[in-house]
Design a protein around this ligand. Sequence first.
Ligand code: GLN
Length: 192
Amino acid sequence: MGVKIGVLALQGDVAEHIAAFRECLADRPGSTVVQVRRVADLADLDALAMPGGESTTISRLIGKNGLYEPLIEFAGGVFATCAGMVLIADRVDDPRVRTLNLIPMHVARNAFGRQVDSREGYLDVAGLAEPFRAVFIRAPVATDVGPQVQVLARIPEGVAAVRRGRHMAFAFHPELGGDLRLHRMFLEGLEV
Ligand code: GLN
């Protein structure tokens, strides 16, 4: 059976998310990856990717496009990276961001500070046999996660990857770098 994945296409690295999911689904006939800008685009989606970018801008555009309530009620899985991780949380340290409350966790934006705000490195992720090369770009971290949330990876600053039910959120960018193991883990989780 094919799956239909939407990518929230308001701002950020939308094209990279589309390319990564298309590659993952290339061997699954009937699968599609579409852009989501308005409420009607959410129809029939099995899952939604929320890209990296600028969470304050994406938050403003979600509001402008009337997407807050439909996203809060979205029944599929959400694959959120970086700015997406900020938006999917229920608490954030920046009042300009209105969150979707899909994963109970507190998120701190730009958690690495101003001097060295981006880095790459190998990270142990629960469920992966080999470390994952993680690209962090002005990344957030979760500083406090609810008991229902599974922590998949930690860095010294805090929690860098989580799962709750069908939702997954990453402080780094699995859509960059060509390693699609976390996308495949997410797609497997949709079938449970
Ligand atoms: N610092 C950005 C924010 O908080 C996220 C950066 C990113 O998505 N690469 O919105």
